[in-house]
Design a protein around this ligand. Structure first.
Ligand code: ASP
Length: 305
């Protein structure tokens, strides 16, 4: 007998803390069902989706594209460089327009933290909003695909030791993941340059030097240095970063046999992660990309149902 996962229904997906544990697990399990070939049963004949990306993206943008097309949605193209944004149109007015045109769901990535507040308070904007990343704020859909990848590997989160390593202060992926991993029972550790770590993260886990963590953890989650969110005043050496804070081949050799390496990508090879490890046996980076499509199908289904 095949037991179907519980159907989750959401108006928007903006942050991970707004989700209940039941919703998180429901979305992960539904993502797994889509991966095994499950089909969506739409309630209307036609749905419109648009992807409004105001910051660069490859995986999030294109995996939403693929997820939308797999679900049979009509995808309304939008390119901020050729839209009325260039005439000074605000994000609010762009989304208002999409909603007025009948778009059901807008996936938005924007450089401003909490950009979505004014959109969801609007009485006129009707469409659902999915946060595809807000500045250094949150990245809830990346978090869900990361959780799906960990769950697929270990079958649970309880007491799993997960290290989040790198530019934590500026990483929205780190912010979303630390909150949800702790909530689901994992033990979170941090490592990386101390100047990019903040004491406010101590409620979720503890900072340790990478060499003390490497042989203990089940999941090593490496992060890119978010240069675009730095003021450019600090000097940066790729070699020194890899040596001091990166996962080198030598360090990875000390990991437990079952331990895996994750990274939200784009990976700066030989900076935070040694090149041979990116597609090595422990790496789940390609799986993360693939799972991104399926978990995003589950998220789209939840806001459209
Ligand atoms: N792709 C992820 C993000 O948009 C990670 C990164 O850019 O480093 O936050």
């Amino acid at each position: 007998m095949i037991i179907q996962s519980e159907r989750i229904s959401l108006k928007h997906l903006l942050t991970v803390e707004a989700l209940t544990d039941r919703e998180v697990m429901g979305l992960i399990r539904r993502g797994q069902e889509f991966k095994r070939g499950a089909k969506w049963m739409p309630q209307k004949e036609q749905y419109f989706a648009t992807n409004l990306f105001f910051e660069n993206s490859t995986r999030t943008h294109k995996s939403f594209d693929v997820a939308e097309k797999k679900l049979g949605l009509e995808v309304i193209e939008f390119d901020s460089s050729t839209s009325s944004v260039q005439k000074g149109e605000t994000l609010y007015d762009t989304v208002l327009t999409m909603s007025a045109l009948g778009v059901d769901v807008a996936v938005i990535r924007h450089g401003d933290e909490n950009y979505y507040d004014e959109l969801i308070q609007s009485k006129t904007i009707q469409c659902s909003i999915i946060n595809g990343g807000d500045g250094s704020g949150q990245h809830p859909t990346q978090c869900l695909l990361d959780l799906m990848t960990i769950y697929e590997e270990f079958g649970h989160f309880d007491q799993l030791k997960v290290a989040i390593v790198g530019d934590i202060t500026h990483s929205r992926v780190a912010k979303s993941n630390m909150q949800m991993l702790k909530r689901l029972g994992a033990k979170v550790y941090f490592s990386g340059p101390p100047q990019w770590y903040d004491n406010e993260f101590e409620v979720y886990g503890h900072w340790l030097p990478l060499d003390e963590l490497v042989n203990q953890v089940d999941v090593m989650m490496m992060l890119r240095v978010q240069h675009e969110r730095h003021d450019g005043s600090e000097s940066f050496s790729k070699e020194a970063y890899l040596r001091d804070y990166g996962l080198t081949v030598e360090r990875a050799a000390k990991m437990q046999d079952h331990a895996i390496i994750m990274h939200p990508a784009p990976v700066n090879r030989d900076v935070e992660l040694a090149d041979p490890l990116v597609e090595g046996l422990r790496s789940r980076i390609v799986t993360q990309m693939t799972n991104g499509v399926f978990v995003r199908m589950a998220i789209l289904e939840a806001v459209l149902n």
